[in-house]
Design a binder for this molecule. Sequence first.
Ligand SMILES: NC(=O)c1ccc[n+]([C@@H]2O[C@H](COP(=O)([O-])OP(=O)(O)OC[C@H]3O[C@@H](n4cnc5c(N)ncnc54)[C@H](OP(=O)(O)O)[C@@H]3O)[C@@H](O)[C@H]2O)c1
Length: 242
Amino acid sequence: MTDESVNAPTIDPHATGPEGPSEWLQAWPEACVVGQVGQSLDGRVATPTGHSHYINGLPSRRFLHQLRAQVDAVVIGVGTALADQPQLTVRHAPGPNPARVILDPNARINLDNPALTNDGVEVVVMVGERASMPAWPTHLKVVRLPLSDRGFEPKAVLDVLNARGMNRVLVEGGATTLSRFIGAQCLDRLYCMIAPLIIGSGPTGIALPPIDRLDEAIRAPMKGVNLDGEWLVEVRFEHKAC
Ligand SMILES: NC(=O)c1ccc[n+]([C@@H]2O[C@H](COP(=O)([O-])OP(=O)(O)OC[C@H]3O[C@@H](n4cnc5c(N)ncnc54)[C@H](OP(=O)(O)O)[C@@H]3O)[C@@H](O)[C@H]2O)c1
């Protein structure tokens, strides 16, 4: 036994605090960027064939809808728009629908995608400066952004949204979109919903450039609660750069 283990604090397995998801959400600052990922125990979001519905159960999906209800805008990548045909509305929790923002540098989204529905909510499609576009309906706000070899800079995306009065933003996914915001240190919080299954192979919810040493890894304090058999973890990033 090392000195370190002798001096380690005793862990009380029955210790619980009163704090839970509601308190976490109430503690958000007025302006914040939060991400979410629903994943398996081994960090995966789909099988290798892309089958992903559903990894998480209803309690986690309810929490996702609570997140949507709490933000001004929800951001997805065009990969998710095409794969999931998502509505991005609030259905499993009380609260208003957020604006919908699709990052689509090559203007690949189809006009009949449910995320583009004209339902009174602001819909913003961010496209590259040189993307050729069809004549899109006037309810869509099309914003052209510069593209670097890393795509749109997450800070540039947030600047556009902030200028439109959208100060609380949920980056809902998928992995490419979420990973770029994490890599650019543009998230204040990350919510991981961890379902009790091991998929074993397939894409992970977060993928960043490789590092050699663990001291280069992003470390951040986290809290967790059990959501009817799944774990909901809140990660608070302390060094936000944008
Ligand atoms: N488990 C979950 O919580 C969760 C949540 C959401 C989605 N998903 C799943 O994730 C899968 C899709 O993930 P994905 O990683 O393939 O796609 P994605 O992140 O939804 O979309 C990726 C595409 O969006 C565009 N994009 C995203 N960020 C960009 C940026 N900063 N700058 C420029 N372009 C950007 C690019 O389009 P171009 O390719 O045109 O360059 C990129 O290839 C789906 O199967 C969906 O079901 C899972």
